[in-house]
Write a protein that binds this ligand. Structure first.
Ligand SMILES: Nc1ncnc2c1ncn2[C@@H]1O[C@H](COP(=O)(O)OP(=O)(O)OP(=O)(O)O)[C@@H](O)[C@H]1O
Length: 535
């Protein structure tokens, strides 16, 4: 009698019984030294197939270095790597991609002058045709629920949108191991949830994921396994769901993060006023600013919430002086019309200091030392004839490094050698130390660990206590709730009325993020931008 064919799943189980499943990735005793610092010190790591494994550690702990080693972008000094049971030496990202390893970096690697599709194509291997890429891109976009026009030039995208392009670029390679370094720093809560759904689906299909984040609730939601690193060494492998925030912070930074001091607003004189600001977009994919009205008094901390791409960039360019097209009296600084003053004039005449969201390339010159990067916004080190005093620069940079707890080899270290969080601490320190009268900051704690976030937020509140008018643009609603006395919400190039914190709730702010505040024109008459359809 002929035997019936076995159902497919039974034969799969048999094969699995015969051949034990090997881990996707196994690192043994990985060590990497940079001048003056051991970034990775004998690290062991095991990631199973289909596992979402978190890497947790304070700023400068060595997480990104370790991920770059796995991706072949950095060569370890010692140690070995096994991938799918085979010992491998990963010499380049190209080789990593051939093995099936893909990485989303913390700092974007995108060319501003190219389009979205061209940027994604550049990251692929040579045999991927433009047509095939188009198919994969449509597939990955649909999976991610993302709708960014492939022909859009990169320079027109907000950081949140750029982050999504970076993620798409990795998804189209259909990886076996996907490494994500702080992927949610600039995503809205809703976009984070869509990303998590994608990651969970990927993991179910067998793809392993290495996930770096400073956001403990995210790690708990997504991962059941987590390797904690401190000062380049593994502290332990834990299930993050069995730990509280306090115990995770203790493992990671050795202590619990300091509590944010109580801030009682004592609003003083008007410091910053925007009156009926109308500004047409400066490029095809920009956002027209329409009838923007806002004010910040000395001593106040005021927030602007919103989904990225709704006019934040345009508003910040107009407020910082990078865009001087506004009518002169639509922006009033310390009682003077200043709409057409440039960045340097606003800094010199009104003590307005600004921290943009892009820390490498805009807030700092990556190849220049920390000391030289001070010159970008601080004239303090130039003498009467305009001579630069290298000694003064060095001293000031060293002072900031010490006071703001920046982990760096010294004032001579190039900006790009710092870990993301440490560079952010340096930039925030550089601007806050200037004792601004008006301080405008975008995403103040992007990529910063829990201890340093608490430190930065406390310092911003201290600035306000000293009479500075602080305006914070952030996509992290919790951060705005923690810091601000009042909130505005930006949607589709329009700004909501001012909302005192006592009257704000996550739900109300969420609704306003879709443009639906009381008295607003309906969303229908102003269709939401593509990104908002995500939520
Ligand atoms: N190219 C480099 N040259 C010199 N030092 C470097 C270089 N890359 C990293 N380092 C140093 O190695 C240490 C670890 O940095 P790494 O970027 O791996 O930290 P991290 O844990 O990812 O931090 P963050 O959370 O801030 O991103 C830091 O002290 C950093 O300054």
């Amino acid at each position: 009698m002929p035997t019936l064919p076995q159902p497919e799943h039974e034969s799969i189980e048999l094969t699995q019984l015969e051949k034990p499943i090997t881990a996707r990735l196994q690192l043994r005793a990985i060590t990497k030294r940079y001048p003056g610092v051991v970034a990775n010190d004998g690290i062991d790591l095991c990631v199973e197939r289909g596992q979402i494994h978190a890497i947790l550690g304070e700023n400068g702990a060595g997480k990104s270095t370790l991920m770059k080693i796995i991706y072949g972008a950095v060569t370890p000094d010692e140690g070995s790597i096994t991938f799918d049971g085979e010992p491998v030496v990963i010499r380049s990202p190209h080789q990593a991609r051939q093995l099936g390893i893909s990485m989303v970096f913390q700092h974007f690697n995108l060319f501003d002058s190219l389009t979205v599709a061209e940027n994604i194509w550049l990251g692929q291997d040579k045999n991927m045709s433009r047509e095939l890429l188009g198919v994969h891109l449509d597939e990955a976009s649909a999976l991610f629920g993302l709708n960014i026009e492939p022909d859009r030039p990169m320079h027109t995208l907000s950081v949140g949108e750029r982050q999504k392009v970076e993620i798409l670029r990795s998804l189209v390679t259909r990886p076996k191991l996907l490494i994500l370094d702080e992927p949610t720093s600039v995503l809205t809560p809703q976009a984070v949830q869509s990303l998590f759904a994608v990651l969970q689906r990927l993991a179910q299909s067998g793809c392993s994921i290495l996930y770096i984040s400073h956001k403990l609730h995210e790690i708990r939601q997504l991962c059941d396994s987590c390797t904690v690193i401190r000062q380049g060494k593994v502290q332990g492998v834990i299930n993050p769901r069995e730990h509280s925030d306090a115990s995770l912070a203790r493992l990671m930074i050795g202590v619990e993060p300091p509590a944010i001091p109580e801030h009682v607003a004592k609003p003083g004189a008007m410091a910053l006023q925007v009156k009926q600001l109308n500004l047409p977009k400066s490029h095809t994919y920009g956002m027209d600013l329409q009838d923007i009205n806002l004010h910040v008094r000395a001593g106040e901390v005021v927030g602007i919430a919103g989904i990225s791409g709704n006019g934040q960039n345009e508003l910040l360019h107009a407020l910082s002086g990078e865009d001087t097209r506004a009518s002169n009296d639509s922006i009033v600084l310390l009682d003077q019309a200043a709409g057409q003053k440039n960045t340097e004039q606003r800094r010199r005449e009104f003590d307005l200091h600004f921290v943009p969201e892009e820390r490498l390339g805009r807030a700092t010159v990556p190849s220049m030392s920390l000391a030289h990067n001070l010159l970008l916004t601080r004239p303090l080190s130039t003498g009467p004839l305009g001579w630069v005093s290298p000694a003064k620069l060095r001293d000031k940079a060293s002072d900031l490094i010490r006071r703001f707890n920046v982990k760096a080899a010294g004032s001579h270290a190039p900006a790009r050698s710092l870990s993301g969080g440490n560079l952010q601490k340096f930039i925030m320190g550089r601007e806050m130390d200037a004792a601004p009268k008006i301080f405008i900051v975008s995403q103040p704690t992007w990529g910063v660990d829990v201890g340093a976030s608490a430190q930065i937020r406390a310092q911003m509140l201290q600035l306000a206590e000293q009479g500075c008018a602080v305006l914070v643009v952030s996509e992290e609603i919790e951060e705005l709730f923690e810091l601000c006395d009042r909130l505005y919400v930006i949607s589709n190039g329009r700004l909501s009325p001012s909302l005192p914190l006592e009257e704000a709730s996550i739900e109300r702010v969420g609704l306003w993020m879709s443009g639906l505040w009381e008295g607003a024109e309906t969303a229908q008459s102003h269709p939401l931008p593509a990104m908002a359809t995500l939520v």
